[in-house]
Design a protein around this ligand. Structure first.
Ligand code: AMP
Length: 214
């Protein structure tokens, strides 16, 4: 099973991917996470990508498609892939078809998380994660059960993404509307798109996604 989770920043792609990994043993391929790891490690790709990411713009198709290519090739053939934050342009959608075919895979579902933009700004500006294990939290919607302590690993160190501020978030949403949303009709024509109400609670969205996968 190979699926794309599509939706504007903050729609819940990362949260839902983590659930799918846990429930179904799939692998999350998040170009945003790969790029942030490259920035942290100060690799040539990371050095090139950092300023672009901080501005909320898109990194080149070539860079992200080669990250996906490398990561997919390293996966066992029978493990399902979740594409999270990729593809984001028409060129990347074409690249993904070629990369999947090369690996003997095909796309089963494109799941679009349908969300309200203003609510998303609040959602994104409140999110943070555990600096040790990466568990995801939100100031109001999903705080750790004991304040300042990660539920998963007990760490007391947390971090916020530098691009999770209102100005950059609005910019990223505009990029989604202009560059990413236009790839949907191509997938719709293939009959593989399902819309899910991304404003529902985390568990409800997860149930809706599972219903599509079965
Ligand atoms: P994300 O974590 O998916 O919100 O991605 C964070 C940032 O990484 C984006 O705002 C872009 O600058 C960059 N990025 C992630 N995925 C892609 C992609 N598929 N194409 C271009 N840029 C990307």
């Amino acid at each position: 099973m190979n699926i794309i989770l599509l939706g504007p920043p903050g729609a819940g792609k990362g949260t839902q991917s983590a659930g799918l990994v846990e429930r179904h043993g799939m692998k999350q391929l998040s170009t945003g996470d790969m790029l942030r790891a490259a920035v942290k490690a100060e690799t040539p790709v990371g050095l090139e990508a950092k300023a672009v990411m901080d501005r909320g713009e898109l990194v080149s198709d070539e860079i992200v498609s080669s990250l996906i290519d490398e990561n997919l090739a390293a996966m066992p053939a029978d493990q399902g892939a979740i594409f999270d934050g990729y593809p984001r342009t028409a060129a990347q959608a074409g690249d993904l078809d070629r990369i999947l075919a090369k690996n003997g895979r095909s796309l089963d579902h494109v799941i679009e998380l349908d969300v309200d933009e203003d609510a998303l700004v609040e959602r994104i500006c409140g999110r943070f994660s555990c600096a040790n294990c990466g568990a995801l939290y939100h100031d109001t919607a999903n705080p750790p059960s004991k304040e300042g302590v990660c539920d998963t690993c007990g760490s007391t160190e947390f971090k916020r993404r530098p691009d999770d501020n209102e100005e950059t978030v609005r910019k990223r949403m505009g990029v989604y509307r202009d560059e990413t949303a236009p790839i949907l009709p191509g997938y719709e024509a293939r009959g593989i798109v399902t819309r899910v109400d991304g404003m529902a609670g985390i568990d409800e969205v997860a149930d809706a996604i599972d219903a599509i996968l079965t």
